[in-house]
Design a protein around this ligand. Structure first.
Ligand SMILES: Nc1ncnc2c1ncn2[C@@H]1O[C@H](COP(=O)(O)OP(=O)(O)OP(=O)(O)O)[C@@H](O)[C@H]1O
Ligand SMILES: [Mg+2]
Length: 238
């Protein structure tokens, strides 16, 4: 699967998502999107415009009601659940709006999960997880559990876990939400570095400090992409 450089990393066609409840919400109203290999795309837009929904549908975390998503040449809709789960574990990294760290594991144990899932030997996994935490300024917190970490520290552990196995695609929903300028800078530059090493990144952000480092900004409004604005900054994929 995948690896063809000419093929886009992410393709969404006429993507529709309706949340059915007391009142049905049309969260995605026909989204067309293509993300090229090696791009760093920022999705921006007002609260409730469908950014998280789009990320969840593109990454195969949530089902959608219409249209199609193709990741690295693989149609997620036709893949079996088992294949999709295995594909996600190997090729994708996630930073969620709620961090989803495992509460009984320490920071370093949370961080090394993707490596262990890939069969990296325990000792090497531990070393790489520790290095990643150190990059994020958390060397002194590696043995703390999430409930012994501040919100911002938990968020950094989630970023470490998303990047540690160098997945082909990184999905991040507000990776710097509620963080101060300094930590936002560290995380943003780590994402830029990761992107320069060839990884494709799709992130949601409200923060201009983050979106201005992306190669492209996509604006959402009312479940639609409003404009695919702005040409790339230096270093962006062409
Ligand atoms: N599980 C759900 N059930 C019903 N409606 C939902 C559900 N999740 C989201 N919605 C609705 O779908 C719309 C899009 O939500 P979404 O979370 O994608 O917005 P968002 O752009 O990520 O907003 P924010 O910036 O606040 O995170 C909103 O109107 C929201 O109320
Ligand atoms: Mg959201």
């Amino acid at each position: 699967m995948g690896g063809d450089d000419s093929q886009p990393m992410v393709v969404a066609q006429r993507l529709r998502k309706v949340y059915r409840g007391a009142t049905a919400v049309e969260a995605l109203r026909g989204v067309d999107l293509e993300v090229r290999r090696g791009e760093m795309v920022a999705i921006v837009g007002p609260s409730g415009s469908g950014k998280t929904t789009l990320l969840n549908c593109l990454s195969g975390l949530d089902r959608f009601d219409g249209g199609r998503v193709v990741i690295d040449g693989a149609d997620l809709t036709t893949m079996s659940d088992r294949d999709r789960t295995a594909y996600r574990a190997r090729n994708m990294g996630f930073v969620f709006q709620a961090f989803n760290l495992l509460p009984v594991l320490t920071a370093v144990e949370n961080t090394e999960i993707p490596l262990l899932l890939q069969g990296v030997p325990a000792r090497a996994a531990r070393r790489r997880a520790e290095e990643m935490l150190e990059t994020l300024g958390l060397a002194q917190r590696a043995r703390h559990r999430p409930d012994q970490l501040s919100g911002g520290e938990q968020q950094r552990v989630a970023v470490a876990r998303a990047l540690v196995h160098k997945p082909a695609v990184v999905w991040a929903d507000e990776p710097t939400g509620n963080l101060d300028t300094e930590v936002t800078h560290v995380i943003t530059e780590l994402l830029v570095k990761t992107n320069r090493e060839g990884q494709t990144i799709v992130l949601v952000t409200h923060n201009p400090q983050v979106s201005e480092r992306a190669s492209r900004v996509i604006r959402m409004r009312d479940g639609r992409i409003q404009e695919a604005a702005r040409a790339g900054v230096e270093g962006a994929a062409t």
